[in-house]
Write a protein that binds this ligand. Structure first.
Ligand code: PLP
Length: 363
């Protein structure tokens, strides 16, 4: 149709991990290790708060929403103010807001690949051009390649740290070096949705550079450690200037009351957070030992998933594991050809995965 925007007609939507219903019939027990959800579920306190909020759904939610923004600011020891927090219906929505606010036809944004594919999908819809800078050996940043890609059309630089699907991190030392070269007028989108799983002194959140006065936005999500992927809740934190500007793209009462209540309860449930993080840490030890025993190539992860390399057998592995009741995610789509990303699941799920992998390698 004539009134359709050319860039939207040409664009495609993001291909997300499949749901259990899509791949299995009713009643079949499946270990879903394909979407990096929290193996321990959701905080019981968040569920309780959601149920309570459900009985008051006839009332509009807190419009801003102030209380949730305050709770998020508190989770950063108030190093940011609630006004610096931009809340969305998922981390993906926050990224979409900033893409709508900052990209247009003819502009460019830089992405270090392989990584999360949503950036490409959203950028194309705005008619902007993605400039890909491939990661080096062992998924290290090509700082020189990125610096050479800046020009006067560049608007955004995406840094996904920890990176999805590799699970690896970039050190703050190398990012200090890179960020020195980011020109004025380019916003750094620092996607840190797996940040709470990091156990490495060389890592830093976006806060380090926000403190230095950079134009940077930290993107976070309630889908991972907080175990609320089905709720769709996320946020960004940034400087006042960017927060005020991006907030213009939000709608009144954009976040629903259940998400607000559950989000606040989840932030305040320190015991559940600790349990979730230590579960992943503990299970990593088991998984590394087993992957070593089986001689599978993998990368040490700072996230709640581990990427392995199976080369030309990667997509065959997805089917094979499904027959063993385990869902995994081949990540050629993310630019990591021949690799498979496997979420750290429950103890049982992880053992079922390793058992299946061993069987697969033996055939
Ligand atoms: C790197 C990265 N960023 C952002 C997101 C978006 O998370 P959500 O939209 O569920 O908040 C994901 C989800 O998988 C992700 O892996």
């Amino acid at each position: 149709m004539k009134i359709f925007k050319e860039e939207l007609v040409k664009s495609k939507n993001y291909i997300g991990g499949k749901s259990i219903e899509e791949v299995a019939g009713p009643g079949r027990k499946i270990y879903k290790l394909s979407s990096n959800e929290n193996a321990l579920g959701i905080s019981p306190k968040a569920v309780e708060a959601a149920q309570k909020a459900a009985s008051e759904l006839h009332i509009y939610p807190d419009g801003t929403p102030d209380k949730l923004a305050k709770a998020i600011a508190t989770s950063y020891d108030n190093k940011v103010s609630p006004e610096q927090v931009l809340i969305g219906n998922s981390g993906s929505e926050v990224i979409e807001i900033l893409v709508r606010g900052l990209l247009d036809k003819g502009s460019e944004y830089i992405v270090a690949n392989p990584t999360f594919q949503l950036y490409r999908i959203l950028g194309i819809k705005m008619g902007a051009e993605q400039v890909d800078v491939r990661l080096k050996e062992n998924w290290e940043l090509d700082i020189e390649g990125i610096v050479n890609s800046f020009n006067d059309r560049t608007r955004l630089l995406y840094i996904t740290n920890p990176n999805n699907p590799t699970g690896t991190i970039y050190s703050y030392q190398e990012l200090d070096e890179l960020f020195k070269h980011v020109p004025e007028g380019v916003v750094i989108v620092y996607d840190e949705v797996y940040e709470r799983y990091v156990d490495n002194d060389n890592y830093s959140t976006a806060m380090r550079w926000l403190d230095q006065g950079k134009d940077i936005i930290g993107i976070n999500s309630f889908s991972k450690m907080y175990g609320m992927a089905g709720m769709r809740l996320g946020y960004g934190y940034t400087n006042d200037k960017l927060a005020d500007y991006l907030r213009k793209l939000t709608r009144p009462f954009m976040i629903n009351s259940i998400a607000i209540a559950a989000g606040i309860a989840a932030i305040n449930d320190g015991a559940f957070i600790e349990k979730s993080v230590s579960h992943v840490k503990q299970e990593k030890k088991y998984l590394y030992a087993e992957l070593d025993r089986l001689g599978v190539e993998y990368w040490k992860s700072e996230s709640n998933f581990i990427m392995i390399r199976l080369s030309e057998r990667a997509s065959e592995f997805e089917e094979f594991m499904l027959a063993q009741d385990v869902m995994v995610r081949p990540v050629g789509y993310f630019g990591a050809e021949g690799c498979v990303r496997v979420t750290i699941g429950t103890e049982d799920g992880n053992r079922a995965y390793i058992k299946g992998l061993e069987k697969f390698l033996a055939q």
